[in-house]
Write a protein of this length. Structure first.
Ligand SMILES: Cc1ncc(COP(=O)(O)O)c(C=O)c1O
Length: 388
């Protein structure tokens, strides 16, 4: 039976030439980006500085709402930024580490940039507690929950782990944090667009991610959801004129904060990236994350089955409910294999402690998965590397 999601393939030019299994890193570009960026250039060329009041100034908030619809976030609760590291910095700038409650709890499975950022907050008084993985695939939820105590200020945590695609138990982590009075910053970079995310059902304090992977939105746009009750009272010290009640009055002196989402923004926005982000966000909404998730569970299971048949190590959870959109396969000589796959226009990546990461998305055919694994067979055979 024909897979209905394959009707979107023609929207992605790169799929005509390439076996594109790398949406965990950079999603394929939708054809609509050409028109979107042309619209940006035409507006700049013809309207000049008037473009700001005719749309550009508000664009960050509009794209925030479009992303908010995918997150089931209320209107005006999502601000846009350049990257996730900046989103963490905006959150941290709302917090005070000088009191007894100054502990930051996370795991070594977080994305390193997020880790580097919070480690650096030690200089501001943060006490960092890192919970280590036992197996390089999962997060020890029990130990993580135990570490979240009355002195914990914030728990920055990935929803889906970039290395292994393990799905963290966000609900349990958020419930425990709230029981002891701590905030959770949920990094949904590897979840939004491939598994359902509902910030209201989770009752999470902050959620952030970028659009360039599963949302096919290109580099330069990240989003930060702030729960509306917090959005009204938090005061980010990483701030600027976009967060002012009257930005165009150019008042001297301290900031007078406006409401979200602009309250959490700061300087001049990343207008070209906001344009390139829109077509991908729209397509993901049209396709529907539930359908994407169903297909992803089936195709990631297929990859695991093909790897198992060959005796290759799979560094991704086998239980579909705990697995995001990526399968990490550590076949013999996996780094070399990755290089050769790239040479053959089969786009994947390789990460230490993970192996070759393959990420089918809604536009991937089953034949492409078979072709990728078949290519690995051939590479290993030609190199005479043992497969077990
Ligand atoms: C879970 C996760 N968080 C964050 C990032 C990147 O952070 P930034 O947007 O700051 O580059 C990535 C990958 O690039 C990621 O997989």
């Amino acid at each position: 039976m024909q897979d209905p999601l394959l009707r979107y393939r023609s929207e992605f030019p790169i799929l005509e030439r390439t076996n594109y299994l790398i949406s965990n890193s950079l999603g394929a570009m939708p054809r609509g980006v050409y028109a979107s960026l042309k619209n940006y250039a035409d507006t700049w060329a013809t309207r000049g500085v008037r473009a700001w009041e005719e749309g550009w100034w508000m664009l960050g908030a509009e794209v925030g709402d479009e992303l908010g619809a995918l997150l089931n976030a209320p209107k005006s609760s999502v601000s846009t930024h350049q990257n996730v590291t900046t989103c963490q910095a905006v959150v941290a700038s709302c917090l005070d580490f000088s009191g007894k409650r100054n502990k930051v709890v996370y795991t070594d499975m977080n994305f390193p940039s997020v880790m580097y950022f919070w480690e650096a907050q030690r200089a501001r008084g943060a006490r960092v507690h890192m919970v280590k993985t036992d197996d390089g695939i999962t997060v020890p939820t029990g130990r993580l929950l135990d570490a979240i105590d009355e002195q914990t200020l914030v728990v920055p945590i990935s929803h889906v782990i970039f290395r292994s695609a393990y799905i963290n138990d966000a609900k349990a982590i958020i419930e425990k944090a709230h029981r002891v009075g701590a905030y959770v910053v949920l990094d949904t970079f590897q979840s939004l667009g491939t598994i359902p995310v509902d910030v209201q059902a989770l009752n999470v304090d902050f959620a952030c991610g970028g659009v360039l992977k599963w949302l096919c939105g290109g580099p330069g746009v990240a989003y930060l959801y702030v729960r509306p009750d917090l959005g009204q009272k938090l005061e980010p010290r990483l701030t600027g004129w976009a967060a002012h009640q009257q930005p165009f009055n150019f008042e001297v002196g301290p900031i007078r904060y406006t409401d979200p989402p602009f309250r959490f923004m700061n300087g001049t926005p990343h207008t070209p990236s906001l344009h390139s982000a829109r077509p991908g966000i729209k397509i993901i909404g049209d396709v529907g994350v539930e359908s994407i998730r169903e297909k992803s569970k089936r195709q990631t299971a297929k990859l695991i089955e093909l790897a198992d048949q060959r005796g290759w190590r799979v560094n991704t959870p086998r239980v579909p409910e705990k697995r995001g959109g990526t399968v990490a396969i550590d076949m013999p000589d996996s780094q070399e294999v990755c290089r050769e796959l790239l040479r053959r226009d089969i786009l994947v990546d390789w990460r230490p402690q993970a192996g070759v990461r393959m990420s089918p998305h809604f536009y991937t055919t089953d034949e492409e998965l078979e072709a990728a694994i078949g290519a690995v067979d051939e590479i290993l055979k030609n190199r005479s590397v043992p497969t077990r």
